[in-house]
Design a binder for this molecule. Structure first.
Ligand SMILES: Cc1ncc(COP(=O)(O)O)c(C=O)c1O
Length: 420
């Protein structure tokens, strides 16, 4: 496969392509195809951007119809029919049935944009500069979001100090530590040296952090802590929203209502760029245009996003996830974990991680990822030292293909372990 044009002319910053050195042409459902006509099963899912499958036929038809009607393609943040229909659908079919009340801000179309908007807003509303975030967090690569992101490699790229964030140990890091009491102490102790934060940012399942699920108990206590101390709670649902965890929003399992929710990736329905910053109306203190951008609200993405929600409901995607979650867990527990007693499994819904850190071989998860690719599966890594193999198939994958993909993981782990 000739990849020389990329290697010659594309910046060294390119990343995922290094794990998958082929040239892709087509994708359908849970499958990718390359220029040689080779088929791959996709367990990476555009890093969570195509939950409803590649080229989902129902959403595609809506896009084709819109294109053929000469529907408006770019309108800044002007009022348009696709935006109206998306807002109405999101309000009626997603927020209201869950008893949620948010204003919708359309920032620039990526996850990091949604978090930048949230960061500015919590600081403006509270007049405080500091923010709490959890060790292991990933919130994006632009400077504000990067200041909330913990991995050293990403932070090094900033080239300037990343400030005004206090990192709190994530609840799984020190099981004996009461993280809520620790945060309270930071606030109450006049010798803690820590400024009261405007907000606590969190992923309810740290994805890039290695598939670390925050418990319902912790999420509830965190909500209480924020309310009691007049601190805003911001849930970043960029990766694990849109049913990935088993419910549309990942925090639903805790019955809580964050003050701000950020979304991107699969909210665009078809892999199209769209992001939302959902804001408790009481804190929507923006002035017009105070957070601006040319590509706020992509018209085609609005059409696909509405189509995505309709598809999600008509195909009962939340139920599908809950069912397939058990299939994944059972298979990995019974077929993969027994391959080496040092392997661990974490996850929920349709995001799962196989942890290799206890096997003292550098780059082991990367080897498994490369072996999976050689065997016809696209899958990525996550976690500290990239020691986790992360399963994130499209939510609509058939159970047959799901098992086929996991069989490739099993075979690949066997091959890599045998070669040690
Ligand atoms: C939880 C979370 N937040 C934010 C982002 C950043 O999104 P984007 O890459 O679209 O800027 C990501 C990306 O993986 C993410 O997983």
């Amino acid at each position: 496969m000739d990849t020389s044009v990329f290697e010659s002319y594309e910046s060294e910053v390119r990343s995922y392509c290094r794990h998958f050195p082929t040239v892709f042409t087509k994708a359908k459902g849970a499958n990718f195809y390359d220029e040689n006509g080779r088929k791959y099963i996709d367990f990476f899912c555009g890093a969570g951007a195509v939950n409803y499958g590649h080229n989902n036929p129902e959403i595609k038809q809506k896009l084709i119809d819109y294109l053929m009607s000469d529907g408006i393609m770019h309108a800044l943040d002007m009022y348009t029919v696709p935006k109206r229909e998306f807002i109405e659908t999101f309000e009626e079919k997603v927020l209201k049935p869950r008893g949620l009340n948010y204003k919708i801000q359309f920032p620039g179309p990526t996850g990091t944009n949604a978090n930048e908007a949230a960061l500015k807003l919590v600081r403006k509303f509270t007049g405080r500069q500091n923010v709490f975030a959890f060790m292991g967090a990933f919130h994006g690569m632009t400077l504000g979001s990067l200041s909330l992101t913990t991995d050293k490699g990403s932070r090094k790229g900033a080239g300037v100090p990343l400030e005004n964030v206090t990192f709190i140990p994530a609840p799984y890091m020190f099981p004996e530590l009461d993280v809520i009491a620790y945060m309270q102490r930071l606030l109450d102790d006049d010798h803690s040296g820590i400024e009261k934060p405007a907000a606590v940012f969190l992923e309810t399942i740290q994805a890039e952090g290695g598939i670390r699920v925050f418990t319902v108990d912790f999420l509830k206590k965190l909500r209480e802590f924020c309310t009691k101390n007049d601190i805003l709670m911001v849930v970043d649902d960029v990766q694990v929203g849109c049913c990935r965890s088993g419910t549309f929003f990942s925090f639903e399992r805790a019955g809580i209502q964050p003050d701000i929710v950020t979304m991107s990736k699969s909210i665009g329905g078809y892999g199209l760029p769209l992001a939302l910053t959902l804001i408790n109306p009481a804190i929507d203190v923006w002035t017009p245009g105070e957070h601006n951008g040319t590509f706020r609200g992509n018209q085609l993405a609005f059409v696909a996003a509405k189509g995505g929600i309709e598809y999600m409901l008509s195909h009962k995607v939340e139920e599908q996830v809950q069912k397939k979650s058990a299939v994944i867990k059972n298979y990995l527990e019974q077929e993969v974990l027994p391959l080496d007693s040092r392997l661990e499994l974490r996850g929920m819904g349709m995001i799962w991680g196989i942890e290799f850190e206890k096997i003292p071989v550098v780059g082991l998860a990367d080897r498994v990822i490369e072996q999976c690719f050689a065997n016809g599966l696209i899958i990525e890594g996550a976690g500290r030292k990239n020691s986790v193999v992360k399963l994130m198939p499209p939510l609509v994958i058939s159970e047959e293909e799901l098992t086929e993909g996991m069989t490739i993981i099993k075979k690949s782990v066997q091959q890599v372990l045998a070669a040690l």
